[in-house]
Design a protein around this ligand. Structure first.
Ligand SMILES: *C1O[C@H](CO)[C@@H](O)[C@H](O)[C@H]1NC(C)=O
Ligand SMILES: *[C@@H]1O[C@H](CO)[C@@H](O)[C@H](O)[C@H]1NC(C)=O
Ligand SMILES: *[C@@H]1O[C@H](CO)[C@@H](O)[C@H](O)[C@H]1NC(C)=O
Ligand SMILES: *[C@@H]1O[C@H](CO)[C@@H](O)[C@H](O)[C@H]1NC(C)=O
Ligand SMILES: *[C@@H]1O[C@H](CO)[C@@H](O)[C@H](O)[C@H]1NC(C)=O
Ligand SMILES: *[C@@H]1O[C@H](CO)[C@@H](O)[C@H](O)[C@H]1NC(C)=O
Ligand SMILES: *[C@@H]1O[C@H](CO)[C@@H](O)[C@H](O)[C@H]1NC(C)=O
Ligand SMILES: *[C@@H]1O[C@H](CO)[C@@H](O)[C@H](O)[C@H]1NC(C)=O
Ligand SMILES: *[C@@H]1O[C@H](CO)[C@@H](O)[C@H](O)[C@H]1NC(C)=O
Length: 646
């Protein structure tokens, strides 16, 4: 089993060569503590004092308190600097940790017995790193390390339950690793893993059968957009896929049967392999349906944006291995300044490269070098409650930096209503109450928000279906998606949405969210969801997410999921960018401030809800709601709006 290899390779490097530290341990203050007992991990013995840990300390970046001000300056339609995006250099300089921050942490380390010769800095100077023994690290952080065993895989991690820093050091440190991080969770795709029977419709049939199989003709009629009519070299859309959800060679068959314009059979997305990302062919064993996500994403987006350029960012590691790249691994490949020295950003959350596991990626972590696209569409999620708050905040700021540079980032809002999708088996799970700790529990009753669509700098996309289900028509409009599984409620599919327990309410959505909470107050108490009225709420927008025409292994299926809605939105934003570029303007970048200022550019969805966690969830209502957001796109209104902006 891979876990034993991991234990041997990662933790067998003992040393006794370091001098015992003389800890500068006055005035230790708690810095981070895990909420509740870890989910699916069992604490075992104390860690061996001589075992070597790759310690990383995330330095507090400068000017992050101004993040919202900076991004609104370039993305609020009322700002005179709308569209004046920042260069990558300006972003790196403005947020680089101050010299006094790096010096303050380095001084403390030296006083604690970690000599300056042992420290190195990451490329962006935002991480300080060194190797230290468990015993040195325990003194440094005034804590105790234990081995933790993963209940399902048998894999091990070394972690503590809480750690401390001297008061004068805390202000300089975001977080330190390895400390409380345990999850190492792979991103979960947002569609139902089980395939229904192939569709009886295998090609374009006009608008008569849209609620049976939704084709590009249906999407164009519903959202009122035309075929892509330009391909500016500066305009590309990117889609991220994670192992082992590989891209399949079904595009030519899809193009032949399901597009209105002739598309050459050799048209493929530009392939960008990150840390061992691979493609597949028909001889690959897709027994678990793991290629459907990619087939849906690429076919949906390409039929909208062709002839514009589409890029596939396939994030490794190997296929069928435990450790797969996370969202941070993708971000590392885009931005060298976000990287750390040894691969991964949070050991035991993100994988380390080279991966010592059998079948793992043996190259070094990719730091920078991957091209940045104007639009990124991601159909994957993780569980907010299963990741450290500091880890989410740091990554959220990285998405914000992309927005500052003119990039639109869209994430699916999840397929489990107010619940979330569990790591193993993709079953829905919820959280325990705050008294026990907001932890992932298959039987929990507290709503479980998703990451990173809880991040206020992401555009989160929920799902709809035709009003009237299979009897629906283009003219009849849409409702929140409703796809209960009569055999197992844990496979029910509803649009993900709710209120973060981590991120506060951003100003751009404050009046929309307050309107919902005061006009249609959900009848749940604070131990069911964050009803403070001060929390980031999602999704922001929505689009059709049921029965999208998808060719998979040479058969046509109608596939559902916010995984379908997100590339639809990504494609539409790419068309909007193309229209702006044709008029000599730049790409839109961060979308939300303009979208919330113009609810008239949406079909408001007012029917349906997003049940989960043994409740009815929230209800779609007039105006923004935590099921379908502002609603679905009205392309001509969005185009006129974005062409009216500088
Ligand atoms: C293509 O061209 C026209 C400009 O002539 C534009 O307004 C239109 O909306 C374009 N794009 C799409 C997707 O229809
Ligand atoms: C930590 O040790 C590993 C090998 O054990 C080495 O590759 C790495 O460079 C060391 N890192 C630092 C910061 O000294
Ligand atoms: C594509 O269309 C042809 C008929 O034109 C049909 O025989 C074939 O099954 C279709 N392929 C898929 C994947 O639906
Ligand atoms: C598609 O629409 C046509 C025209 O209304 C209808 O005759 C046909 O039965 C529909 N096919 C399916 C599979 O619903
Ligand atoms: C198909 O993929 C397998 C690995 O899954 C690889 O060994 C083989 O060379 C590939 N075939 C082609 C034609 O690319
Ligand atoms: C959830 O509840 C079921 C039925 O009561 C029980 O069998 C199962 O052990 C519980 N699971 C957890 C993780 O508590
Ligand atoms: C669709 O229409 C048929 C016939 O009127 C009806 O029996 C069925 O319940 C309808 N289905 C839905 C989902 O409304
Ligand atoms: C609810 O959100 C607010 C704003 O982010 C936060 O201060 C509060 O701690 C959250 N409540 C819970 C129970 O997580
Ligand atoms: C896909 O199916 C068609 C017939 O429906 C067949 O002609 C073609 O060879 C198949 N392609 C592959 C790659 O299996």
């Amino acid at each position: 089993m891979r876990s034993s290899t991991f234990l041997a390779a990662a933790f067998a490097c003992f040393t006794t060569s370091f001098a015992a530290p003389t800890a500068d341990n006055h005035n230790f203050v708690l810095h981070e503590k895990r909420d509740g007992a870890p989910h699916q991990w069992t604490r075992r013995n104390r860690a061996h004092p001589d075992e070597l840990l790759p310690v990383r300390i995330g330095l507090v970046q400068s000017n992050l308190h101004k993040a919202e001000e900076y991004i609104l300056d370039v993305s609020d339609p009322r700002s005179s600097n709308f569209g004046k995006h920042w260069s990558a250099e300006k972003v790196a300089n403005v947020f680089a940790p101050a010299k006094k921050t790096a010096d303050g942490v380095a001084d403390w380390l030296v006083k604690s017995g970690i000599d300056a010769g042992r420290h190195t800095y990451s490329t962006g100077r935002n991480w300080i790193q060194f190797n230290a023994t468990v015993s040195e690290t325990e003194q440094l952080f005034n804590t105790e390390y234990h081995y933790y065993e993963h209940d399902l895989s048998g894999g091990y991690r070394i972690a503590c339950d809480e750690y401390h820093l001297p008061e004068h050091v805390r202000e300089h440190v975001d977080f330190a690793m390895p400390t409380i991080q345990l999850e190492g969770m792979r991103p979960i795709p947002n569609l139902l893993p089980k395939l229904a029977a192939p569709s009886p419709i295998t090609g374009l049939t006009g608008l008569a059968n849209c609620s049976v199989l939704t084709t590009i003709e249906c999407l164009r009629a519903l959202y009122q957009f035309g075929p892509g009519n330009g391909s500016a070299a500066s305009n590309a859309m990117g889609i991220g896929e994670w192992a082992d959800f590989l891209y399949l060679p079904d595009l030519p068959i899809f193009f032949k049967n399901f597009t209105t314009q002739p598309i050459p059979a050799d048209t493929v997305p530009e392939f960008i392999s990150i840390d061992g990302g691979q493609t597949a062919n028909y001889s690959y064993d897709f027994a678990e349906g793991s290629g459907v996500e990619s087939a849906l994403d690429f076919q949906t987006a390409y039929s909208i944006i062709y002839p514009q350029k589409l890029r596939l960012y396939q994030v490794g590691d190997g296929v069928n291995v435990d450790s797969v790249g996370t969202f941070n691994i993708f971000l590392d490949a885009l931005d060298a300044s976000y990287c750390t020295y040894l691969g991964g950003d949070a050991p035991y959350v993100d994988p380390a490269y080279p991966d010592p596991n059998e079948g793992g990626y043996t190259g070094p972590l990719q730091c920078g070098g991957a091209p940045v696209s104007n639009v990124f569409s991601f159909s994957y999620n993780q569980i907010e409650a299963a990741l450290p708050v500091s880890y989410q905040q740091r990554q959220c700021h990285e998405w914000m930096k992309l927005g500052l540079q003119g990039v639109s980032v869209l994430f699916a809002s999840g397929d489990s209503g107010v619940a979330n999708r569990y790591n193993a088996g993709y079953e829905n799970s919820c959280l325990t109450s705050p008294e026990v700790g907001p932890y992932v529990d298959i039987n929990g009753t507290r709503f479980s928000p998703s990451f990173p669509c809880n991040c206020p700098y992401i555009t989160s996309v929920g799902a709809t279906e035709f009003l009237g289900g299979v009897n629906g028509t283009i003219a009849g409009g849409e409702m929140a998606v409703s796809d209960p599984d009569p055999t197992n409620a844990k496979n029910d599919y509803y649009s993900g949405g709710g209120f973060s327990n981590v991120f506060p309410l951003p100003s751009y959505q404050a009046s929309a969210v307050t309107h919902f909470l005061t006009k249609y107050p959900p009848h749940y108490p604070s131990h069911i969801y964050n009803n403070s009225g001060a929390a980031r709420a999602y999704p922001d927008v929505s689009a059709l997410g049921l029965k999208l025409a998808t060719v998979y292994l040479n058969h046509t299926y109608g596939i559902g999921g916010t995984s379908a809605s997100t590339p639809i939105w990504g494609g539409i934003v790419t068309l909007l960018n193309e229209a702006r570029i044709a008029k000599g303007k730049g790409p839109i970048g961060f979308l939300n401030p303009t979208l919330y200022a113009h609810p008239e550019a949406f079909n408001d969805i007012t029917v349906g809800g997003n049940p989960g966690c043994g409740s009815e969830g929230f209800k779609a209502q007039p105006g923004w709601d935590p099921v379908t957001g502002l609603g679905t796109p009205i392309y001509p209104k969005l185009e006129a709006l974005f062409l009216s902006l500088p």
